[in-house]
Design a binder for this molecule. Structure first.
Ligand code: PLP
Length: 450
């Protein structure tokens, strides 16, 4: 089926990409024998994907799937311009990032220009976990302190430091027991199901941070920084309470800490109205971390900060990543930004995302299981609950809905701390027709049983 829908990349790359593939079951057996198990996959029988084109994936049986969860391939799959740019750079040069070459200078300059004034220094790494680890090291070096405040039910990565500040129970069941003593978690400011509901939520959540900071002060302990996603991605793209970050950033800075915005999921135009998530709160962080979409699937991450913060790390020790910001990575990053601009993908996220949200909100009226529709742009969340008063998470139902959606040709997975949220994060090229297809299929599944 995909052969009819998408052009063969053989023409672009100059060699045969259309060779026959191994059959799914044989490959799955081999994967189970040799590929480490903890890699998450919610499907018992995942489809074996062979090819992607725009917002669609195609399996070896020729079935097409609408890819509604791929937060990584922001441009869409199989973009010929990206393939050509990468192929060209590979054939010219790819090397240890220790050397001097043009693409890294151009790309760093471009990232700095996208960040707010003053955040003009860029570190290039290979993933979001690395970016957050580095951000924490920068906070430690700059402040000369160790303690970091993070939010409960957050996810920031799997490397040692980023994992320590990830207290999402779903992602890391042992998070609370194994948290090192420099991590101080505060309640998640989730306006839908958080600890404080109703009016004055901002004040309550801000007070919980103030209390934590006072505890540190009372114990004569300093503060290195505060880390969070500026839009609550892990819960399905829920905006933080109005004014929350403004108040929290002021308190953190007053105590000498730096404010880290994890934009790995929500940044880079996905929110439609905003390029960066922190714009939604009207604040400017001291350190921004990015990854995922910035490489469209190629391993690429970055930290953007002020020169004085970057310099503090140099005084303390060193930063070196062999392939972070390599010539190929830099060209990937540059080309992705060209295409986001040329194809007006942020605008598309706003328009198609807004349209899709309206269609999903109609489901909230019809089906009691749909507790809420969260998010903005093409970062949306549909949260399923058994009871709209108690908000009991409909975990099993969410898993069954995802399985059925797969049968109908939609890739979607249960996420959130209670595994009861459909996080909708398709490529930003999602068409209105594809948005309709998704909404139609979800309606059909809900009509069938809930
Ligand atoms: N931060 C957030 C908010 C994420 O969602 C993720 C990954 O899911 C990460 C950091 C870690 O990024 P990576 O998987 O590229 O290491």
């Amino acid at each position: 089926a995909w052969r009819a829908l998408c052009p063969s990349p053989s023409g672009i790359l100059g060699f045969d990409c259309d060779a026959p593939v191994l059959h799914s079951t044989e490959l799955l057996d081999r994967r189970q024998q040799h590929f480490a198990r903890p890699q998450k996959n919610y499907y018992s029988k995942p489809p074996q994907i062979e090819r992607g084109w725009k917002e669609y994936l195609f399996d070896v049986e020729g079935r097409a799937y609408l890819d509604m969860v791929n937060n990584v391939t922001i441009l869409g799959h199989g973009h010929p311009r990206l393939a050509a740019a990468v192929g060209r750079q590979w054939s010219l040069l790819n090397t240890n990032s220790r050397f001097h070459y043009a693409s890294v200078a151009e790309f760093s300059e471009r990232l700095a220009a996208l960040a707010p004034d003053g955040l003009d220094t860029v570190f290039l790494v290979n993933s979001g976990s690395e970016a957050n680890d580095l951000a924490l090291r920068l906070a430690w070096a700059f402040s000369g302190e160790r303690n970091v405040v993070s939010l409960l039910e957050a996810y920031h990565g799997w490397t040692v430091a980023s994992d320590a500040v990830s207290t999402s129970i779903a992602d890391n069941p042992r998070a609370l027991e194994t948290r090192p003593d420099w991590v101080h978690a505060v309640v998640a400011p989730n306006t839908y199901r958080g600890q404080f509901r109703g009016s004055d939520t901002t004040d309550h959540y801000v007070r919980s941070v103030a209390t934590k900071l006072r505890e540190l002060e009372d114990g004569a302990q300093g503060l290195a920084g505060f880390i969070c996603e500026p839009v609550y991605g892990n819960a399905g793209g829920i905006p933080l309470p109005k004014g929350y970050l403004d108040a929290v950033y002021a308190m953190v800075r007053q105590r000498g800490g730096v404010c880290i915005a994890d934009e790995v999921q929500v940044g880079y135009g996905r929110l439609g109205d905003y390029f960066w998530g922190f714009e939604e709160q009207g604040v400017v962080p001291d350190i921004i971390t990015i990854a995922k979409g910035m490489g469209n699937g190629h391993p690429l991450g970055a930290v953007i900060t002020r020169r004085e913060i970057a310099d503090a790390l140099e005084k303390e020790g060193y930063f070196f990543s062999s392939s972070g910001g390599s010539p190929v990575s830099s060209v990937v990053g540059h080309t992705v930004l060209d295409l986001i601009e040329e194809e007006k993908l942020q605008d598309n996220a706003r328009v198609v995302g807004g349209y899709l949200k309206t269609r999903l909100q109609a489901l909230e009226q019809r089906f009691p299981l749909v507790g809420a529709v969260h998010g903005m742009g093409l970062y949306l969340g549909v949260e399923f609950v058994r009871d709209r008063n108690t908000l009991e998470p409909a975990k099993e139902e969410t898993a069954a809905i995802c399985d059925r959606l797969l049968e109908l040709g939609v890739i979607m997975q249960p996420t959130g701390d209670h595994l009861n949220v459909l996080k909708i994060k398709p490529p930003l090229c999602l068409s209105r027709e594809s948005a309709d297809f998704f909404a139609d299929m979800l309606t059909r599944v809900l009509d069938e049983g809930w």
